[in-house]
Design a protein around this ligand. Sequence first.
Ligand code: ADP
Length: 138
Amino acid sequence: MKIAVYPGSFDPVSNGHLDIIRRAAKIFDKLYVVVSINKKKSSTFTNEEKVWMLKEVTKDLDNVVVEASQDLLLNYAQSKEACAIIRGLRNFIDYQDEITLFQFNRSIAPNIDTFILFPSANNLFLSSSSIKELVSFN
Ligand code: ADP
């Protein structure tokens, strides 16, 4: 059974995240979507709210489990026997962050691979922060 973990802030979940979740859920037998702490970002929503929103938008996907975790991502992934970490890529800025994260993760846990997935074109420019900015102006 191929198990993957898709971590993120999901503050809140966007169609871009959902795009990646749907693609990953087709490839892997089981996908854990995990709301994790990003110390570089302050959060608008609580973990409970983020998990609730993610569960709502993924309820048609039988092989997707949504959880929050305070644990180090690699410890969480190992506890789930995951062989892969899923990340989404929109642009070169994401690339720089993702390659740093990937190298760090691989140096600690070489048995867990990172899979980068691209969203469809209409989700390429979507971010949680731009959604929040739009909402703040009604
Ligand atoms: P983090 O705080 O860990 O960057 P995010 O919630 O911002 O978490 O995003 C989680 C993952 O989803 C990251 O790999 C990010 O690049 C990716 N992602 C975010 N928005 C999109 C999008 N519109 N299309 C594809 N991937 C995305």
